[in-house]
Design a protein around this ligand. Structure first.
Ligand code: UD1
Length: 429
């Protein structure tokens, strides 16, 4: 199993290209199930979750091709995927696949919407709380599907197709909003989704569906209106930049006291997080081509933060912020309101010398004068990257195990950090 070795204490200086957002690429790829025609996606990141989803979609009959490199293209440029689901050959998503990646559960809605039936295993994914799927199921029921749970599978049937309806989500859920959108675009009549997620990745999916011929209004607001269509058609869409990767490298630069240009990053995708970094004393400059982040020698002030649905502070940056606040002069308060049990990084950070006290859903992080390298273990995708950025600032050697978590969502992380002066390498075994 691969590990990552870091010798910390180097400032990060240079340019980091920001990849396409994994969390947008996944639902966009799944949207290819909604049409017989080809969906072309540009700027798809090279991450393990994308490869796994390609295989899952292949089982359903989607022909996935990756376009060759064009002349002048850099390694940092994303890939172009062409996905064609002329015929759906299998409407079952087996346990072995879905258990490895929670987002693959989202094939449920497009399969039911297009084929009138689907059998999808209940999901696995990152071990960050119970993560139920009740909202996905009630949404499909509201649109006329009959749902049964049998042997760990969801069996959904709508032999006469789905019918538009008013759906109120009792909790803001990114995945349930993706699912509701993908069901509603092929349902008969109008659908109103209330309390929809406003995350940029939902807007990106909605914009792609519009390019495929869907009628959707209200993207980026809590109320979405959809007029269903009988069929959708081919389209080309470019995946938006990854706001979580952006925030992660911004914190890595701040953590090491460096100066980094995040090329291709879009500030409007993470204003709340950037504001918190500014309030902590970090220089954040929005430029036409990206975001520059610097902390040249200045100290870090502690912060008080709660994770919230967009436009609030993202839960996917909570672990990284806790790592950063280990270097602040004082005690920060970080409350996790989206997922229970999302503090697995805390005990690993403690191995590097962090002082963090957990009180229910809140972490009290007291800054220390310096972290020291140690052996640590990645526990989930975002937790593992918090250990990387802590390791970059720690004195001495840090070795991170179980880095397959990291490979699920971060493209070429060692290369990107090494190019900015980090001493980081992958130990393959
Ligand atoms: C997505 C992201 C994940 C991010 C999360 C919140 C992807 C691939 N993953 O996950 O990185 O951390 O959004 O921004 O895009 N919930 C229910 N019932 C449901 C569905 C969700 O109670 O049927 C709850 C969850 O347990 C959680 C909250 O709603 O407490 C938000 O979860 P949700 O937005 O659905 O997360 P995901 O879409 O799985």
């Amino acid at each position: 199993m691969d590990r990552i070795r870091i010798v910390g204490g180097q400032r990060l200086n240079g340019t980091i290209p920001i990849s396409g957002a994994k969390n947008a690429a996944l639902p966009l790829m799944i949207a290819s199930l909604l049409t017989r025609e080809t969906l072309t996606l540009n700027n798809v990141p090279r991450v393990a979750d994308v490869n796994l989803l390609s295989r899952i979609l292949g089982n359903h009959g989607v022909d996935v091709t990756i376009a060759g490199k064009k002349s002048g293209q850099r390694t940092s440029d994303g890939q172009t995927f062409r996905l064609t689901a002329t015929e759906i050959v299998d409407t079952t998503a087996p346990y072995e696949m879905v258990a490895r990646m929670r987002a693959s559960f989202w094939v449920l809605a497009p399969l039911v919407a297009r084929c009138g039936r689907a059998k999808v295993s209940l999901p696995g994914g990152c071990a960050i709380g119970t993560r139920p799927v009740d909202l996905h199921l009630t949404t499909l029921e509201a649109l006329g599907a009959e749902i049964e749970l049998e042997g760990g599978y969801v069996i959904a049937k709508a032999p006469r197709g789905l019918t538009g309806n008013r759906v109120e989500l009792s909790k803001v859920s990114v995945g349930a909003t993706h699912n509701a959108l993908m069901a509603a675009v092929l349902a008969r009549g109008e659908t109103l989704i209330e309390n929809a997620a406003r995350e940029p990745e939902v807007v990106d999916l909605g914009n792609c569906l519009i390019r495929m011929g869907a009628r959707i209004e209200g993207l980026g607001t809590p109320t979405l209106w959809i007029q269903g269509r009988e069929t959708l058609h081919s389209a080309e869409h470019t995946v938006l930049p990854d706001r979580i990767e952006t925030g992660t490298y911004a914190m890595a630069a701040a953590m090491t006291g460096g100066d980094v240009m995040l090329d291709g990053a879009r500030a409007n995708l993470l204003q709340e997080a950037l504001q918190i970094l500014r309030s902590s004393g970090i220089e954040v400059e929005e430029r036409p081509t990206g975001i520059r982040v610097a902390r040249n020698g200045r100290g870090l002030q502690p912060v008080t933060v709660e994770t919230r649905p967009f436009p609030g502070f993202p839960t996917d940056l909570q672990a990284q912020l806790i790592a950063l606040m280990c270097m602040a002069s004082g005690t920060s308060t970080v409350r996790e309101t989206i997922f229970e049990n999302r503090f697995m990084h805390v005990q690993e950070l403690a191995r590097l010398g962090a002082r963090i006290e957990l009180k229910g859903d809140t972490a009290l992080v007291t800054g220390v004068s310096g972290l020291r390298g140690a052996q640590v273990m990645a526990t989930d995708l975002r937790a593992s990257v918090s250990l990387i950025i802590a390791g970059l600032a720690a004195q001495g050697e840090t070795v991170i195990g179980r880095v397959y978590h990291l490979d699920r969502g971060f493209e070429r992380i060692e290369d990107k950090l090494r190019q900015c002066g980090a001493h980081i390498e992958r130990l393959t075994s």
